[in-house]
Design a protein around this ligand. Structure first.
Ligand code: F6P
Length: 318
């Protein structure tokens, strides 16, 4: 192993830069040449690849986004497109790649690995929807961003005696909504895991309004329902003035929280250690206090364990 590469793909997440830095510095520590692939799988196919040195990653540990750039590139599912990528990798004499991203990124890594390119996957997404790790890089930072927004919305909701419905990212995973909802002291949290009973929500808000509560915060995971429609219905049926807020891409930005920097740095080092040991086709994760690695295939198909106790707690707090 002489030459490795690192890339980020899919939705950017705070902490990706810390992971890039760790892969570069750790690779250099082992005497390897480290290349950066710019703009994900798309950039890989287009040959946007260049050698990195230790100064290319100076001070990026504290910066949000990804200095390598990222892209969604569904075309990578086609074998003929992946063959272009494999040629680029072979032409440059790159022996292995560390990819940082979510499940789409992992699928690309798995396919490359099956085509003979050693790959290691690091979980980088704000959604926390990768079952082979307890926490993904970016989740903690995004959670704090959502909590800050909830705190602000509570100020205005209380001042106006309003109900506030807030849509939070997560794709099809409720973790961001759930954790941020708990930390923000939200009255109601609706996630794909808890399910949604509209009548029950309306009844609970009516009772809360009658009891003299000045406000209510309802957190909803994206892709479940239309928060504007829900807000109108709450207002019509409960008489509680209601506003909807879609937090959107602001949740993906910002300097990474300390925990994400640590997670990303340790996972980046772990990934290079795996490559040096000759391992490939692995997905790195944090399980409890330990870093672990699984076959990427297994990681992609592993069923997500839902923390039942935690969802039960939300129920009680209603
Ligand atoms: O996967 C991260 C994420 O931010 C999801 O929470 C969201 O559903 C999606 O990406 C949005 O993707 P895009 O930035 O491509 O619109």
């Amino acid at each position: 192993m002489k030459r490795i590469a690192v890339m980020t793909s899919g939705g950017d997440a705070p902490g990706m830069n810390a992971a890039i830095r760790a892969v570069v510095r750790s690779g250099l520590h082992y005497g390897l040449e480290v290349y950066g692939i710019f703009h994900g799988y798309k950039g890989l196919c287009e040959g946007k690849i260049r050698k990195l040195n230790r100064y290319d990653v100076t001070r990026i540990i504290s910066r949000g986004g990804t200095v390598l750039g990222s892209a969604r590139y569904p075309e990578f599912a086609k074998k003929e497109v992946r063959e272009i990528a494999v040629k680029q990798i072979r032409d440059l004499g790159i022996d292995a790649i560390v990819v940082i991203g979510g499940d789409g990124t992992y699928r690309g890594a798995q396919a490359l690995s099956e085509m003979g390119i050693p790959t290691i996957g690091l979980p980088g997404t704000i959604d926390n929807d990768i079952s082979s790790t307890d926490y993904t890089i970016g989740f903690f930072t995004a959670m704090q961003t959502v909590v800050d927004s909830i705190d602000k919305l509570r100020d205005t909701s209380m001042s106006h005696k309003r109900c506030s419905v807030v849509e939070v990212m997560g794709r099809h995973c409720g973790d961001l909504a759930l954790y941020a909802g708990i930390a923000g002291g939200s009255e109601f949290i609706i996630t794909p895991e808890t399910g949604f009973d509209k009548e029950q929500l309306i009844e609970a808000i009516t009772n809360s309004n009658k009891s003299g509560k000045r406000h209510a915060i309802v957190i909803v995971t994206e892709n479940m329902l239309n928060v504007l429609d829900l807000s109108k219905e709450i207002e019509e049926k409960t008489g509680f003035e209601t506003r909807a807020t879609v937090l959107g891409h602001v949740q993906r930005g910002g300097d990474p929280a300390a925990f994400d920097r640590v997670l990303a740095t340790e996972m980046g080092e772990y990934a290079v250690d795996l490559l040096v040991k000759g391992k490939s086709g692995r997905a790195v994760g944090l399980k409890g206090m330990e870093y672990v690695d699984y076959d990427i295939n297994f990681a992609l198909n592993k069923k997500r364990e839902i923390p039942n106790k935690r969802y039960g707690l939300v129920g009680r707090l209603k």
